[in-house]
Design a protein around this ligand. Sequence first.
Ligand SMILES: Cc1ncc(COP(=O)(O)O)c(C=O)c1O
Length: 387
Amino acid sequence: MRTQPDTQFSLRPGIVEFRWGHPALDLLPVDGLRRAAHAALDRDGPLALSYGPERGPACLIEQLQARWERQQSTSLSPEQIMITGSTSQGLDMLCTLLTRPGDVALVESPTYHLALRILRDHQLELVPIPADDGGLQVDVLAEVLTALERRKRRVSLLYLVPTYNNPTGVTMGVERRTALTGLAQREGLLILEDDPYSELWYDNPPPPSLYSLSPAGPVVHLGTFSKVLAPGLRLGWMLAAPEIVHRCTSSGMLESGGGVNHLMAHVAAAFIELGLLDRQVDLLRSTYRQRRDRLLDGLARHLPEGCHCIRPGGGFFVWLRLPPGVNSDALLPIAEAAGVSYVPGTRFCAAGGGEQHCRLGFTFLRLPDLEEGARRLGNALHGRQAG
Ligand SMILES: Cc1ncc(COP(=O)(O)O)c(C=O)c1O
């Protein structure tokens, strides 16, 4: 019997876990990846098992280039693309190469809590920029930049998730995107656009990415296969100005080890070539749309007056505002006793805030569990135990 866990997520019996930002286990494409692995090894066997080029293999770079040009209607040259070991690795590498301890990293607030961990690993000082129902507040960003400049602080980057944000589900509109990229160009501010969710839209496609609005810089776009294919692949990509790609590919780590996750990059390329990624994304969209709707219906039915949700147009999360005076950290043990769990909003805020919010992940749970979880959360808020 195995004594060590095989997954990062954990499930507790009797608890509906809204905590996880994980794809549905039953939709992970085991058969498709088996086919793709066979195809990649049949075609490229020894090459796929060699050290790979630092930027990643041409077979995947070409697929990503074609996919991007189709989706964003802007052109991309191969020199702007680098394969990563997923967004977490790409972000960590960019911090290693482009920041110095003590620099300021501007972060939207709320934002993906584990990116904050990575930025803190590099001893960056996190300065939050508030976001509202329209995303990052660009006018506040401009004021903060002026104040930091006056204090002669070195600002190394701005990190944000502008499309189907984790945790809020909010998407920045085109106007704010354009204002943001314009400001970044004027100020020479490097933007890290973390974008795991833009293909997972449930109503209408999202606006153009920050990268496609400002391809000459200063935006770096981080894409990942974790949410549309499988997180266990540990595979993603970075789009950036050729100088930044070159800075990464000439790092000691890549020169020593070659491109990251070279074999899996061949498998992902074959998966796309076989037409399986488009089919998988269609399946995820229709399944997750239903799951989102079931959760929102359940919340509307079971939660007391004073609760409010932003309806996410895509992505993995519903951001629930609790009634005035209810603190989500304090509610958590009561909710867990009632058989439901979530991530409290405070985790997503670099310097205070989020006390009245919960992040509910809806992709990982089946329809009856989503309904039951909403009912139990209602019970917890009504101060009762599950019956
Ligand atoms: C906004 C955001 N960025 C990055 C990640 C992690 O991505 P990866 O698996 O590519 O490291 C997640 C996963 O939840 C996420 O929500």
